[in-house]
Design a protein around this ligand. Structure first.
Ligand code: FUL
Length: 490
C-alpha cells in the first residue's frame, strides 16, 4: 500500500518538467534531480538531537549509559512540531540513533533501545514506545516532512569495526526506511571510529572511512525504499555538509561536487563551503547549526541560546547563499523544546517574514539588455512564479536587467534566483542603484559571489529610483527566475 502511494505522488514531483517550453535554453549540467529542487525549496527545517545524552549531559555518549537514564517527565512531541511550524520550518530530521548506539525506536536488532528506558509515553501499533512513530504522527498532523539521522558510528555495538556491524547498520536502515512513511532526508554524519564501549570491550576501533560502511549499498537501500529522499553526507549524493557548524555557506557557493573526491569524514572539509565550480555532480550545501552551543541539551547552556537576530544572520548566510538552513533544537529533559529556544526561533521567523513582506520590484517597470523571445521576457522576473524565467539568447552569457520605480523608493535587500532545473549558471554579477541621479554600486558588505537557487544581499538603506543587476559572467545563457527587492524594517 505504501508503495502505491509513492507511485501516485511521483507525477507531482516531476511536474516542473511540464513547464519546459519551446525554444527553452539547453540545460547545462550538472543538473539537480527534481527531488533535489523540491528539497532546496524547503529552505529551512529543524533538527532534533534527543536521547540518552540529554540525561547524561554528554555530546558523544560512550555507549555504556543505562537506557533507564532516558526519563522525560513531560514529553510532548506535538509541542516540538508545533514550535517548528511556527518557526517556519518545513520538516524535521530526528536523530534515530547517535554515536552512542541508543535506538530511539523499538529496534528488534538491539536491546539498547527506547523500550528499555524509563519512558512511558504513547505506544505504537505494536504497543511499544517509539519516538519515531510519535514524530511521524505529529509531522502528519502539522504538515511537516520527516527525515532521520542514523549515525554510522556506533559506540555501543560489540561488532563495530567488523562486517557484522555493517550488516546490522544496513538492517537498521532497511527498517527505518520502510516503517515510518516518506522521509525527505536521511542524514549520514561523518564522525567515525574511535574509542567506545563496544559491547564491553572498551577500546579504540579504527575503520576505513571510505570503504567500511559500503556506502553504495547504503544509498541503494535508502533510494529503493525512499526514492524521494535526499541523502546527506559530506559528499552527498543528495546534499552536502557545508564544512562548518556555524551555519555559513561560502561565497561563491556552487551546488557542484566532483564525483568520488568527497567522502564522509574526509579531511579538508572547508572546500565544501564553496563546492567545485567545475564539479560534475549536483550536491547542494546544507548548513547545519544548533540553536545552542551543543547539539544535545545541557542546562548550563540555557543562557547561551542563539538570539532571534543571530538566527536571522544565519538565514542570510545559508538560505541567502544558495544553501539550506538546518536548525537544531536540543530537546530538554522534560521532553520539550525549551521555552527560550522556541521563543527565539518563532521570533526569528517573524523577523524574516517582516523583512520579506513586500517585493518592491513587483510593480516596477522592467527592461532587459536582451531576451530570448516571447516566453522568456524580463517581465517574468516580476510574476512571482518559480517556473517561469527570463533568459538570454544562445551565445549571450552576460546581460543586465533594470527596474524603474514610479517614485523614489527605500531599499535594503536584493534577492535573486536562478532557474536551477536548467543548471547553476551565473559565475559573477553585481548590482547598482540610481541614487540622486547617479549610478552607484550597491555595497552588500561581502562579495556578490554567484547565485544558484537563491542569493540575498543585505545593504544599508538607499533611496533609489532604479535598480540594475549586471550579470557579468555565466556558463551559458542566463536563466533567472526572480529578482526581488525589499525594505526590511531597520
Ligand atoms: C556530527 C556529530 O558528531 C555531532 O554530535 C552532531 O550529531 C552533528 C550534527 O553531526 O557529525
Amino acid at each position: 500500500m505504501k508503495r502505491i502511494l509513492f507511485l501516485f505522488s511521483y507525477p507531482l514531483i516531476f511536474s516542473f518538467s511540464s513547464a519546459a517550453q519551446k525554444n527553452a535554453p539547453e540545460p547545462i549540467g550538472p543538473l539537480p534531480s527534481p527531488q533535489q529542487v523540491e528539497w532546496q525549496k524547503m529552505e529551512t527545517y529543524a533538527f532534533v538531537h534527543y536521547g540518552l545524552n540529554t540525561f547524561t549531559d554528554r555530546e558523544w555518549g560512550y555507549g555504556d549509559a543505562d537506557p533507564k537514564a532516558f526519563n522525560p517527565s513531560r514529553m510532548d512531541v506535538e509541542q516540538w512540531v508545533r514550535t517548528f511550524k511556527q518557526a517556519g520550518m518545513k520538516g524535521v530530521i530526528i536523530v534515530a540513533k547517535h554515536h552512542d548506539g541508543f535506538a530511539m525506536w523499538p529496534s528488534p536488532l538491539t536491546d539498547y533501545n527506547i523500550t528499555h528506558s524509563s519512558y512511558d509515553g504513547p505506544k505504537n501499533r505494536d504497543g511499544k514506545v517509539d519516538m519515531l512513530a510519535e514524530v511521524r504522527k505529529a509531522c502528519d498532523k502539522y504538515g511537516l516532512k520527516m527525515g532521520i539521522y542514523l549515525s554510522p558510528w556506533d559506540r555501543n555495538h560489540a561488532e563495530y569495526g567488523r562486517q557484522a556491524y555493517v550488516d546490522y547498520y544496513h538492517q537498521q536502515l532497511e527498517q527505518l526506511t520502510t516503517e515510518y512513511g516518506p522521509l525527505f532526508e536521511v542524514w549520514l554524519d561523518g564522525a567515525n571510529g574511535g574509542d567506545g564501549y563496544y559491547g564491553g570491550a572498551r577500546e579504540t576501533r579504527k575503520i576505513d572511512r571510505r570503504g567500511y560502511y559500503d556506502f553504495p549499498k547504503i544509498h541503494s537501500i535508502i533510494l529503493r525504499n525512499q526514492p524521494q529522499a535526499i541523502i546527506f553526507s559530506d559528499g552527498g549524493p543528495g546534499c552536502r555538509w557545508v564544512g562548518n557548524e556555524r551555519g555559513e555557506a561560502g561565497i561563491p557557493n556552487w551546488s557542484f561536487l566532483k564525483k568520488d573526491e568527497v567522502y564522509p569524514g574526509m579531511p579538508n572539509s572547508e572546500v565544501l563551503g564553496s563546492g567545485f565550480p567545475d564539479g560534475d555532480i549536483w550536491v547542494a550545501a546544507e548548513c547545519d547549526v544548533s540553536i545552542r552551543p551543543g547539539w544535545f541539551y545541557h542546562p548550563e547552556e540555557d543562557s547561551k541560546v542563539k538570539t532571534p537576530e543571530q538566527l536571522v544572520d544565519i538565514y542570510y548566510k545559508s538560505v541567502g547563499r544558495n544553501a539550506t538552513f538546518l536548525l537544531n533544537f536540543p530537546v530538554d529533559r522534560e521532553g520539550r523544546v525549551n521555552a527560550i529556544d522556541s521563543t527565539n526561533a518563532v521570533r526569528f521567523r517573524q523577523i524574516i517574514d517582516a523583512e520579506f513582506k513586500t517585493n518592491l520590484l513587483r510593480k516596477a517597470k522592467v527592461t532587459a539588455s536582451s531576451e530570448r523571445g516571447k516566453s522568456f521576457r524580463a517581465k517574468k522576473l516580476n510574476d512571482g512564479k518559480w517556473d517561469t524565467y527570463w533568459s538570454t539568447p544562445d551565445g549571450t552569457t552576460t546581460g543586465s536587467v533594470t527596474f524603474t520605480f514610479r517614485k523614489p523608493t527605500r531599499v535594503n535587500r536584493l534577492l535573486l534566483q536562478e532557474y536551477i532545473p536548467l543548471g547553476q549558471r551565473v559565475k559573477s554579477f553585481a548590482a547598482e542603484a540610481l541614487v540622486d541621479g547617479k549610478w552607484t554600486q550597491i555595497d552588500p558588505g561581502e562579495p556578490f559571489g554567484n547565485i544558484g537557487y537563491k542569493r540575498i544581499l543585505r545593504f544599508a538603506t538607499i533611496q533609489t529610483t532604479s535598480i540594475r543587476v549586471n550579470f557579468l559572467e555565466s556558463r551559458g545563457p542566463l536563466c533567472i527566475s526572480g529578482i526581488e527587492a525589499y525594505c526590511a524594517p531597520e
